[in-house]
Design a protein around this ligand. Structure first.
Ligand code: BV8
Length: 237
């Protein structure tokens, strides 16, 4: 299958106007809890109940009535529907807002909040309720092994082979709502540039990697992403 001509990388900033917190903004998640306490395998081994509560609270928040895809998510779904060369959205986000907006060719490289994984049989299952240490796996029945299907720091992100192939073959690489702090995602723009792609950053403010992009536009995603996608679909360079 030919590589999609457009690859989009999204981060927490694209979901901010849907009511979900980012990580490194002053009011972000890492201003309230430490990565070492809730987002590493060591943290889970040390205090699984604490890690479960961190993700259970975010899962309940995501499933709350007021959290909906915003115009930026919907603009990406429209780009995929109308772009002849194909679009792949690689998201660092674990929310389900891209799916709910209609994106189909979508890769959750850091996992998904609405899925669980069993440490014993590795089965991945839909998860909309709280996870607990005592919970038995719906597939193998073993208890004590359920975790969120989420990639923690120090763990291998998902889909890296497919991502590498897409970056090598794309003509346009767009990063939206990411601070460029976390690797390997923060290095994708360099891979796309080496492949000769047009690189664009759409963010609220310059990211750590802003100098690696050929073009940058700043403002809230729900405003600047639909405008940029309109231009792109009209053939704007
Ligand atoms: C890996 C989990 C090996 C789910 C996340 C020691 C040991 C091992 C690895 C490392 C190490 N030291 C460093 C590393 C690498 C490490 C890393 O990068 N650390 C950083 C902190 C230095 N990476 C890893 O561990 C990764 N695995 O390296 O494995 C390997 C090696 C080589 C090749 C392959 C593999 C695993 C990283 C995944 C960790 N899990 N999340 C969860 O709890 O959500 S990462 C976490 O940060 C989130 O997933 C988030 O997606 C991600 C990135 O953050 P952003 O999305 O960018 O969010 P942020 O708040 O930072 O920025 C938001 C941006 O939006 C801002 O710029 C803001 O201005 C903007 N914004 C705000 N509002 C708006 C807006 N933009 C537009 N509109 C708005 N309205």
């Amino acid at each position: 299958m030919r590589a999609p001509s457009i690859v989009v990388l999204t981060g927490a900033g694209i979901s901010k106007e849907s009511g979900l917190d980012t990580f490194r903004d002053p009011d972000g998640i890492w201003a309230r809890v430490r990565i070492e306490d809730v987002a590493t395998p060591e943290a889970f081994a040390r205090d699984p109940a604490r890690v479960h509560e961190f993700y259970n609270a975010r899962r309940r928040g995501l499933l709350g009535a007021q959290v909906e895809p915003n115009p930026a998510h919907r603009a990406l779904a429209r780009l995929e529907a109308e772009s002849p060369g194909g679009v792949l959205v690689i998201t660092q986000n674990i929310d389900n807002l891209h799916e709910r907006a209609g994106s189909r060719n979508l890769l959750h490289m850091h996992g998904e909040l609405l899925k669980s994984r069993c440490a014993h049989c590795k089965a991945i299952a839909a998860c909309t309720d709280d996870l607990t240490v005592a919970l038995a796996c719906p597939a193998c029945g073993a208890a004590g092994g359920m975790r969120p299907h989420v990639v923690w720091f120090g763990e291998m992100p998902l889909g890296l082979d497919a991502i590498e192939a897409a970056l090598a073959g794309c003509e346009t690489f767009i990063a939206i709502g990411t601070s460029g702090n976390v690797y390997p995602a923060a290095g994708f723009v360099a891979d796309a540039a080496v492949a000769g792609a047009r690189t664009i950053e759409l963010n609220l403010e310059p990211s750590m990697g802003h100098s690696l992009f050929a073009e940058c536009r700043y403002g809230p995603a729900a405003t600047i992403v639909p405008a940029f996608i309109d231009e792109l679909l009209k053939g704007g360079r």
